[in-house]
Design a protein. Structure first.
Length: 81
């Protein structure tokens, strides 16, 4: 299959029923941490690029990756062992 862009990313998820204010507090804390020079240094030394974002950004990324990899798996006819 051609034109497949691969990447790796890490995220913090919470249960679906987590109150919005708790999600907002966690998101603020994580984004703040990802802007901390020590965190940036640690992650970049490991080849990672700290990005951060909103819960909606993560939902979009998750949805897009699921669609992309579902298509790759179907087109390549990949089956579980």
């Amino acid at each position: 299959m051609r034109d497949v862009d691969t990447d790796i990313w890490y995220a913090l998820y919470a249960p679906a029923e987590t109150p919005r204010d708790v999600v907002a507090k966690l998101n603020t804390a994580v984004n703040r941490s990802l802007k901390d020079p020590a965190t940036i240094d640690t992650l970049t030394k490991r080849g990672l690029q700290p990005t951060g974002g909103s819960p909606d950004d993560l939902a979009t990324l998750t949805r897009n990756d699921l669609e992309r990899w579902t298509k790759v798996i179907r087109e390549a006819k990949i089956q579980p062992d």
